[in-house]
Design a protein around this ligand. Structure first.
Ligand code: FAD
Ligand code: NAP
Length: 329
């Protein structure tokens, strides 16, 4: 039995945990353990106490670049750290990832939930990814249009879950800044920083400063970021929900005509910030985030999430969907 690293900091073991550094090693492990769970940094999973299976930790490395005029294609191995890739690209003058700074975890997991922050989603930058089919070890390239990307979702997280292991991703970035500055927190932070002519590096710094203030550092307080997705509902439902609460915000969402509600506000007004179960609690600075107070188990988090879901459903009639995947619970 070996411990499984996870940022919630819950006790979790597996029959075996194997670090995989290349494709041949991956094929070998999957031949003997086809039901293996593949993880990167364990920052978006809720784990039970013991998984009776092999856990593969993707550790392949490498970043390469192909330039095409002012556009560049950057290919990064699944086992690279996401934030390391963001920093590397900024240092090289390749822009487009700055809003996605400081998201924990690996490059290979980024397509799973189409990571997004401050108005930018991975899907907007991804050209293609390569993935290994678990059933026969073959390698296939998926263009972005074949990944089934949605709001914090993809085919790999939903219908195709467990069928492929992502090996690397290729992103299209630009040497010319294209700033996305729609979120008020970023504008306020840039102004606090005294920035006059904003560069992508300033946006990354602002994002990092805001995130450090608002979010618990997983190295100190166990968490997986947002525990629930923001609900995307029709305009009529949104209006009804808004009539039941106070000052609830709503943003236009895809597909056209749909509206995104703030799960944090719904939780705040339906459940409050004091909900706990066992060692799991709500992070007061951002009620979308559930934290480990010290001795929480994966089951504590699921039970707390269910309590919150029930309260939001009772007050607003809106189902909250879990963002992290659960295993062994
Ligand atoms: P893991 O937790 O290891 O795995 C997540 C899922 O991906 C699992 O189902 C796993 O089986 C699968 N998987 C992992 N690697 C592969 C692979 N190579 N091939 C196939 N499947 C794979 N997310 C956002 O979208 N936006 C944010 O702003 C954000 N902020 C966060 C802030 C904090 C403080 C924390 C703790 C989390 C945050 N997250 C955010 C969630 C999380 O960081 C991302 O979802 C991240 O991409 C998960 O990476 P990981 O390597 O840790 O994935
Ligand atoms: P925030 O900036 O306080 O915004 C609150 C909510 O309103 C967010 O959920 C955001 O939706 C939405 N929003 C705000 N301005 C918007 C705009 N101009 N257009 C569309 N939607 C808008 O949010 P926050 O909690 O501090 O998080 C900041 C960013 O980091 C968000 O993008 C959030 O998704 C991301 N984040 C994600 C995680 C995770 O684990 N998934 C954890 C922490 C932060 P969106 O969430 O859809 O952007």
């Amino acid at each position: 039995m070996t411990d499984i690293p996870n940022t919630l900091g819950v006790p979790a073991t597996a029959d075996q945990v194997v670090e995989v550094a290349d494709i041949d090693q991956l094929r070998g492990v999957l031949r003997s353990a086809p039901d293996a769970l593949v993880l990167g940094g364990g920052s978006n999973v809720v784990l039970g106490r013991h998984l009776q299976q092999t856990v593969v930790l993707m550790c392949n490395r490498g970043i390469s670049v192909a330039a095409d005029g002012e556009m560049v294609e950057v290919t990064a191995a699944a086992g690279e750290g996401w934030h390391r890739l963001v920093r590397h690209c900024l240092d090289c003058g390749y822009f487009g990832l700055e809003n996605l700074a400081l998201i924990p975890g690996s490059v290979g997991a980024a397509p799973l939930q189409n990571i997004g922050a401050y108005g930018v989603e991975l899907a907007q930058r991804l050209v293609r990814l390569r993935a290994l089919r678990v059933s026969d070890g073959s390698v296939r390239a998926f263009d972005a249009s074949e990944c089934g990307f949605g709001y914090r979702d993809s085919w790999f997280k939903s219908a195709g879950a467990g069928q492929y292991v992502i090996l690397d991703v290729t992103l299209r970035l630009s040497t010319q800044p294209q700033l996305v500055l729609d979120y008020p927190d970023i504008l306020t932070e840039l102004s606090r920083m005294g920035v006059k002519r904003t560069r992508p590096q300033d946006v990354a710094r602002a994002v990092i400063r805001v995130r450090r203030r608002k979010l618990p550092d997983p190295a100190k307080v166990g968490n997986v970021g947002s525990f629930f997705k923001n609900p995307v509902v029709s305009r009529d439902v949104a209006q009804h929900v808004q009539s039941l609460g106070e000052g609830l915000s709503a943003h236009a969402a895809e597909p056209a005509g749909m509206v995104k509600l703030s799960a944090a506000q719904l939780i705040d007004q339906a459940a409050g910030k004091l909900e706990t179960h066992g060692g799991a609690a709500v992070w007061p600075r951002q009620p979308l985030v559930l934290i480990n107070q010290g001795k929480a188990t994966g089951s504590d988090f699921v039970a707390l999430a269910e309590k919150i879901q029930a309260k939001v459903m009772a007050r607003f009639g809106v189902p909250l969907v879990l963002e992290p995947r659960t295993y062994g619970l």
